[in-house]
Design a protein around this ligand. Structure first.
Ligand SMILES: Nc1ncnc2c1ncn2[C@@H]1O[C@H](COP(=O)(O)OP(=O)(O)OP(=O)(O)O)[C@@H](O)[C@H]1O
Ligand SMILES: [Mg+2]
Length: 498
């Protein structure tokens, strides 16, 4: 008897069939990976299991018994927990308060002492170690995620769904997470794990279900799979990811950072670097070494502590975001949800966001709606973005497809400089390949690209030059082929060249 059995699940939005007779069997005490391209239906299927959505037809069985999971509350009664990609914690409250929220000990008032004891007890069982009195706002992304997982366990979950948990983590945090999941599996918890990273699937899971266009392609034991086989199943045809890079022919300087200090801990001389036309400059580094601050100083959402930024020969250190945009700086910010889209607005409107004054759309002070619609349609076609109409709210798109819209909007209007911060986070393998090719095409057409990424392989593969960011300083800079992976790793850990 399977722990979870979803049988012939169908789900449509409008007339668009998103899940088509989906069967899912998950065994107790296993880690089951759910794979599929952006928009394949992974999140939707799990939202149905967790009671956030209702299937149009089909049945769900938990431990052999048919259940009607009408809400997350009911899901919790069936011992199902879910950790969403966007955390649902209350930032101003402490770790302890968040964990016990809604499940407090005490009859009439909250018995914090007893709640704390219970939490500490469970922390020991499952090898967690929190500072219970810290506010959530002071935690790193990885810590917040661990609070979410623990909270689900605390509420009694023995089935836990994790929707792309590694997309937002650094490699070190991924390791910690994998230990935790290993531990949970050993304690007979059942885990459903959504990821786009095939090596994670191969490393972690016992079995895999691959979805394509809302249908199950196959469920198989991981030991019978290879990354290549899984990729082929996801995409529907053989895939090869050999990116051919032409030699770099750098032109004039586009971006010139002079002694830019973005972190208080940085040395006073700060970051100095030049980025040229036709060049991809990769910023490598462990998350939290000033990447975000550097990004926002160049985009214009914050100001450096000291130093100056020159763009196309002119100083822009104190210009506004929109002034920079008009001069030709485009950006794919790392925190897309907060900084790059308006979730309730339509896809078309989101294509306009930040480009209201672009010559292409604004003629004689009027907005050219047709031009805008045509542009949006062209981008959606060029980047194979899955949408049902141009007027649907962007929040209805799958995570990866929202991201492709941001990328195509920013890259599609021929910027002089593109800041690409974690540009492929959350994308499926086909989309990653497509975005990487687009970045190279932009570079070959003479654009300058600043690639900020915590993925070493991406930095190595894409960059012409690499700078390693450590505590707010670039502590090493070379042509990309002059670094070995090992050296890069050492610099990222703060070791100086020997
Ligand atoms: N509330 C909704 N209204 C309309 N369409 C929706 C809604 N939720 C999801 N969809 C559509 O269902 C399809 C599947 O989306 P889902 O989020 O399940 O994909 P996914 O496999 O999780 O993709 P990703 O890897 O990008 O996260 C998409 O085409 C999406 O636009
Ligand atoms: Mg999803």
């Amino acid at each position: 008897m399977s722990e979870i059995s979803m049988h012939r699940i169908c789900k449509s939005f409008d007339r668009h069939k998103v899940l088509d007779e989906v069967n899912l069997e998950v065994e107790k005490g296993e880690i089951h990976c759910l794979l599929g391209e952006n928009g394949a239906g992974k999140t939707t299927l799990m939202n149905i299991l967790y009671g956030l959505y209702h299937a149009d037809s089909g049945e769900t069985y938990i431990k052999g018994k048919q259940v009607n999971i009408s809400s997350p509350k009911v899901a919790q009664q069936h011992h199902i927990g879910m950790v969403h990609q966007h955390f649902m914690l209350i930032e101003s409250m402490t770790v302890l308060q968040n964990i016990i929220l809604g499940n407090e000990e005490g009859k009439f008032s909250i018995d914090y002492a007893r709640s704390r004891d219970k939490v500490l007890d469970m922390e020991r069982t499952y090898h967690f170690n929190f500072d219970l009195d810290k506010p959530i706002s002071a935690l790193s992304v990885g810590e917040k995620q661990r609070v979410e997982i623990f909270k689900a366990i605390y509420r009694g979950a023995d089935i836990i769904v994790l929707d792309e948990p590694t997309a937002v983590l650094t490699p070190q945090e991924v390791e910690v997470l994998f230990h935790i999941l290993d531990d949970m599996r050993a304690q007979q918890k059942t885990i459903i794990f959504i990821t786009h990273k095939l090596y994670e699937t191969m490393e972690l899971s016992n079995s895999v279900t691959v979805l394509r266009n809302g249908k199950v392609v196959q469920t198989l034991r991981t030991k019978d799979a290879t990354s290549q086989l899984l990729a082929t199943m996801m995409v529907g045809h053989e895939v090869s990811f050999d990116i051919k890079k032409t030699p770099c022919r750098p032109g004039e300087t586009v971006l010139d950072l002079k002694n830019l200090r973005v972190l208080p801990v940085a040395d006073p001389q700060g970051i100095s670097l030049k980025l040229h036309k036709g060049e991809i400059y990769g910023i490598a580094g462990v998350d939290g070494n000033g990447q975000q601050e550097l990004e926002s100083c160049i985009i214009g959402t914050s100001r450096p502590i000291s130093g100056s930024i020159f763009f196309d020969g002119k100083e822009i250190t104190n210009l506004s975001v929109s002034e920079r945009k008009m001069r030709g700086i485009a950006a794919i910010p790392s925190d897309r949800l907060r900084n790059a889209i308006l979730p309730d607005m339509s896809i078309v409107d989101n294509y306009l966001l930040g480009f209201q004054h672009h010559q292409k759309f604004a003629k004689y002070g009027f907005l050219g709606l047709n031009a805008l619609r045509n542009h949006a349609a062209k981008m959606i076609e060029a980047y194979s973005i899955k949408v049902s109409s141009l007027t649907q709210p962007i929040s209805q798109l799958s995570g990866g497809n929202q991201q492709k819209i941001v990328f195509s909007r920013e890259a599609g209007l021929e910027p002089l400089l593109l800041i690409a911060a974690q540009p492929v986070r959350g994308l499926d393998i086909g989309a990653i390949d497509a975005i990487h090719r687009q970045l190279l095409e932009l570079r070959d057409s003479g654009k300058a690209i600043l690639l900020i990424s915590t993925e070493l392989s991406e930095i190595m593969e894409m960059s012409d030059r690499i700078g390693v960011l450590y505590k707010g300083n670039v502590i090493a800079e070379r042509d990309a082929d002059k670094f070995t992976i090992r050296e890069l790793g050492l610099f990222m850990a703060g070791q100086k060249a020997s």
